[in-house]
Write a protein that binds this ligand. Structure first.
Ligand code: ATP
Ligand code: MG
Length: 347
C-alpha cells in the first residue's frame, strides 16, 4: 500500500521535461511519460491596424493556417536558420508547449533540459531560459543539439573516444565530434531541409514556369527526393500556379529532376562533413575511422544520403531508426540520468 503510494508520488514529482527546440519541429519528452509533444515550430497571430498582435494558434493548428492567411492573420516561424529570429514569438511558443504538456502537473515546477543550436548567442540563451522560467520551470539546462543527438543515438559521449554526428534539421546542419562529454570539434551551416525545399521551388519555377508553395516543395522532397540515384524511378504530381497565366496547374515530376534541384544544398552538406573530417585532430579522427559517422535529424531521411556520404568520405554512415527523435531522446536521457550527465550541459 505505502510502496504503491510512494511510487505514484514519485511518478508525479518526476514530471521533468526535455525539449528539442528546432527550426522546423519542437518535441517534448516528459520523464516517465516519453515523447508527449511533436509539433511544428509555428505561431499564427492576428494583427490589428495598430500593429498589436494576438496569438491565434501555435504548432499543428498554426501550420494548417500557413499560406492560407489573410491581411489580418500572419503565420511566423520564430526560429529561422537554427537561431531565434523572433524572441517574443519563440518565448510564447515555448510557454504554450510547456503549459500544454504540464497542465496535469500545474502544481509542480519541473526541471527542463533543452536542446539549443551550437551557435546560440548569450542573448538567445537568456531568451530560452526566460521563456522556460515564465512557464514555471524551476531549473533550465541547455545542451547543444549535436551533443543531444549523439546521446540520442546511443554514442558513449563521456568516453575518451571521438564520434562524429551530422544533424540535418530544417534550418541548420551541424557536424560535431564528441569526446569526453564535450564537443571537441564542430561546424554548423545554415543549409538544411528548408534550403532544399526552396531549391525545389526555384527549380520548378525555372524549369516548369510554375510557382509552388514551400510546403508543396517539402512534400515533393519527402515523397521522391534523393541524394543518390534510385533503383526504381519515383514520380509525383506537383500542384502550383502557372507563372505566365496565373492559372492553377499541375505537372508530373520524377526523382532525377528533384535530385538535380537538390544537388547544391546536398553538395554543401557533404562539403562541411569533409571539412570537419579534415580539421578533426588525428587521435579523434582515427576513432571516427573505426566508428563511422552518424546521421540524424529529418535530413537523415533523404533517400541515399547515407550512401552518398559513405562514397565521398569512405566511412561507414549509420542512420538510427527514428532520426527525427534523436535530439529529444538525447535530451531526455540527460534528464533521466541527470547526476552523471549534467556535465554535457553548457550553462
Ligand atoms: N522523410 C523525409 N525525407 C526528407 N526530409 C525530411 C523527411 N522528414 C522530414 N524531413 C525534413 O527534415 C526537416 C526537419 O527536421 P528536424 O525536425 O530534425 O529539424 P529541426 O530540428 O526542427 O531543425 P533545426 O535542427 O535546424 O533547428 C525538414 O526540413 C523536413 O522537411
Ligand atoms: Mg534539430
Amino acid at each position: 500500500m505505502f510502496a504503491k503510494l510512494f511510487r505514484s508520488l514519485k511518478n508525479l514529482t518526476s514530471s521533468d521535461v526535455a525539449m528539442d527546440l528546432g527550426t522546423a519541429n519542437t518535441l517534448v519528452y516528459v520523464k516517465n511519460g516519453g515523447i508527449v509533444l511533436d509539433e511544428p515550430s509555428i505561431v499564427a497571430i492576428s494583427t490589428n491596424g495598430n500593429g498589436e498582435g494576438h496569438v491565434e494558434a501555435v504548432g499543428l493548428e498554426a501550420k494548417k493556417m500557413y499560406g492560407r492567411t489573410h491581411a489580418g492573420l500572419e503565420t511566423i516561424r520564430p526560429m529561422k536558420d537554427g537561431v531565434i529570429a523572433d524572441f517574443n514569438m519563440t518565448n510564447l511558443m515555448i510557454i504554450t508547449f510547456i503549459n500544454k504538456v504540464m497542465s496535469r502537473f500545474w502544481f509542480l515546477r519541473p526541471r527542463m533540459v533543452v536542446g539549443v543550436p551550437t551557435c546560440i548567442t548569450q542573448v538567445e540563451k537568456k531568451a530560452v531560459i526566460d521563456a522556460a522560467k515564465m512557464a514555471r520551470v524551476r531549473e533550465v539546462y541547455l545542451v547543444e543539439e549535436p551533443m543531444a543527438a549523439a546521446i540520442g543515438v546511443g554514442i558513449p559521449v563521456h568516453k575518451a573516444e571521438g564520434n562524429l554526428v551530422i544533424d540535418i534539421g530544417g534550418g541548420t546542419t551541424d557536424v560535431a565530434v564528441t569526446a569526453l562529454s564535450a564537443i571537441a570539434y564542430g561546424e554548423s551551416i545554415r543549409i538544411a531541409g528548408d534550403e532544399m525545399d526552396e531549391a525545389i521551388a526555384r527549380y520548378v519555377r525555372l524549369q516548369h514556369h510554375m510557382n509552388i508553395g514551400i510546403f508543396e516543395a517539402e512534400r515533393v522532397k519527402i515523397e521522391i527526393g534523393s541524394a543518390y540515384p534510385l533503383e526504381k524511378e519515383r514520380t509525383t504530381e506537383v500542384k502550383g500556379m502557372n507563372i505566365k497565366t496565373g492559372v492553377p496547374t499541375s505537372i508530373t515530376i520524377n526523382d532525377s529532376e528533384i535530385r538535380e534541384a537538390m544537388r547544391e544544398p546536398i553538395a554543401s552538406i557533404v562539403l562541411v562533413v569533409l571539412r570537419a573530417l579534415e580539421k578533426t585532430p588525428p587521435e579523434l579522427s582515427s576513432d571516427i575511422h573505426s566508428n563511422g559517422l552518424y546521421l540524424t535529424g529529418g535530413g537523415a531521411l533523404i533517400r541515399g544520403l547515407d550512401k552518398l556520404i559513405e562514397e565521398r568520405t569512405g566511412l561507414r554512415t549509420y542512420v538510427p531508426d527514428e532520426p527525427l527523435l534523436s535530439i529529444v531522446k538525447g535530451a531526455g536521457a540527460v534528464l533521466d540520468n541527470f547526476s552523471e550527465m549534467r556535465k554535457v550541459c553548457i550553462n
